[in-house]
Write a protein that binds this ligand. Structure first.
Ligand SMILES: C[S@@+](CC[C@H](N)C(=O)[O-])C[C@H]1O[C@@H](n2cnc3c(N)ncnc32)[C@H](O)[C@@H]1O
Length: 352
C-alpha cells in the first residue's frame, strides 16, 4: 500500500531541522509539540531514564517517567540534535548524587559511575555520531560491503553531498526474499546514513521491516505502471537504488519508469551489473543493447547528444535530463540534471 500520509509530520520536520529558530519553532507549533515529541521518541527508542522535553514553556516527561535520572531538553534543541547533529544549548542532566562517605572522593565517583551508561545511551541516541557506511553495512546486515560486494566506498563518495539533506530514498529490493521477517539491512543503513532521510523499500515479497523513517511497499519492479504511480505518490526521490531481481529487462523497465521521478541533482543507482553479461539473467557476454549495461552505455553517448545532431542540443527528453554517469565494478550512478549545453558549431565539425 502506498501511504504518503505517513510522512505528514516527519517531512516538514526534517526540512525545518536546519532552519533558524523562528521557522523551526513555527513548524513545531504547526505540527503540534505532541506529534513532534512522538517522532523524536520513535527515533531514539527505549531508555531507562526520564526525558523532559520543553516547548513554549510547557514541559512533558517521557520514557521512564518515574526514573530519578532526568535529561531535560528544549524540544527544538532535541530536533536539531537528532536530525541535524547540532549541539544542544538547553541540555540539563540531573542525577541523584551519592553521599560522600568513608570511601571518599574515589568512592563517590565509583557510586556515580553506575548512572553514566544510561545517560550516555540516551544522549548518544539523541545525537547519533556519524558513522562510516562500510561499518554501518556490516552492523546492520546488508551485503553492500564485504559479502559479495564492495559498494559502500562508491556510495560514500557519490552520496557525500546529500548526506545531511532531507532526502527521499527508494531502494528496489528489501532483501530476505520470501521470508517476511528477513531483510531490511540496507534500509536501516540508509536511515542511519541520512539523518534527515525518508527511506522507502520496494519488494515483490511481503516484508515486516519497519523503522521511524522507513516505509515498505509491496510490488513488482517489472510493472512500469505501478512504478509510475509509486513515483507520483511517494516521490520525487533524491536517490533510487535498484537492488532487486537484477534481471536485465526488469532493470531497464524500472529505470525508464522511475528516472522521471528522480529530482534534479539526484542519483539513480544500478547494482549488480554482472548479470548484464550472464545470458540466464537476460544478459549477453558483450553487454549489448538489450542488456542493463547496454542501456547505461548508451547514456554515455547521450551525454554528448548535442555534438551529433542539432548543435543547439535538442536530444531526447531522457538525454536532456542525464547530466553524468559513473561506472565502477558492477555498479553505476546516473546523475539527473539538465544536459542542454550547446554543441560545437557546424563549421568545426567538418573543419578537417
Ligand atoms: C539482493 S536482495 C536485496 C538486498 C538489500 N537491498 C540489501 O542490500 O540488504 C533482492 C530482493 O529483491 C526482491 N525482488 C526480486 N524480484 C523482484 C521484483 N520483480 N520486484 C521487486 N522486488 C524483487 C527479492 O524479494 C529480494 O528481497
Amino acid at each position: 500500500m502506498l501511504d504518503a500520509a505517513r510522512w505528514t509530520v516527519l517531512a516538514p520536520l526534517l526540512q525545518a531541522a536546519t532552519a533558524g529558530p523562528d521557522l523551526l519553532d513555527a513548524t513545531i507549533r504547526g505540527l503540534t509539540p505532541g506529534a513532534v515529541a512522538e517522532e523524536v521518541l520513535k527515533e531514539i527508542g527505549e531508555h531507562d531514564v526520564r526525558l523532559d522535553l520543553t516547548f513554549d514553556g510547557v514541559t512533558t516527561s517521557h520514557l521512564l517517567a518515574g526514573a530519578d535520572v532526568v535529561v531535560s531538553l528544549d524540544l527544538a534543541d532535541a530536533v536539531r540534535g537528532l536530525y541535524a547533529g547540532q549541539p544542544w544549548s538547553s541540555l540539563a542532566v540531573s542525577t541523584p548524587d551519592p553521599e560522600i562517605d568513608e570511601r571518599g572522593v574515589q568512592g563517590w565517583f565509583a557510586a556515580r559511575k553506575g548512572l553514566a551508561p544510561s545517560v550516555q545511551g540516551l544522549l548518544s541516541a539523541l545525537r547519533p555520531v556519524r558513522r562510516d557506511l562500510g561499518e554501518l553495512a556490516v552492523e546492520l546486515g546488508t551485503d553492500k560491503w564485504g559479502d559479495l560486494h564492495w559498494y559502500t566506498q562508491h556510495y560514500e563518495r557519490h552520496f557525500a553531498r546529500l548526506r545531511t539533506e532531507p532526502v527521499r530514498v527508494l531502494e528496489i529490493g528489501i532483501g530476505g526474499w520470501d521470508d517476511p521477517d528477513s531483510g531490511g539491512g540496507s534500509l536501516r543503513m540508509w536511515q542511519r546514513f541520512f539523518p534527515r532521510g525518508l527511506v522507502h523499500g520496494l519488494d515483490i515479497a511481503r516484508k515486516n521491516v519497519s523503522g521511524p523513517r522507513i516505509m515498505t511497499v509491496r510490488g513488482d519492479q517489472s510493472d512500469a505502471e505501478f512504478l509510475d504511480r509509486l513515483g507520483r505518490e511517494l516521490g520525487p526521490f533524491d536517490v533510487v537504488i535498484d537492488d532487486g531481481s537484477h534481471f536485465n529487462d526488469h532493470v531497464r523497465t524500472s529505470f525508464h519508469a522511475l528516472f522521471p521521478h528522480v529530482r534534479p541533482g539526484g542519483l539513480y543507482v544500478v547494482e549488480d551489473l554482472q548479470t548484464a553479461y550472464w545470458p540466464g539473467w537476460g544478459g549477453h557476454p558483450e553487454g549489448t543493447d538489450g542488456t542493463s549495461i547496454g542501456m547505461l552505455k548508451s547514456f554515455v553517448d547521450g551525454l554528448n547528444h548535442a555534438e551529433v545532431g542539432d548543435p543547439r542540443g535538442t536530444g531526447t527528453s531522457l538525454q536532456r535530463t542525464i547530466s553524468g554517469i559513473s561506472f565502477h565494478h558492477n555498479i553505476a550512478f546516473v546523475e539527473k540534471g539538465l544536459n542542454a549545453e550547446e554543441g560545437g558549431p557546424e563549421f568545426l565539425r567538418t573543419f578537417y
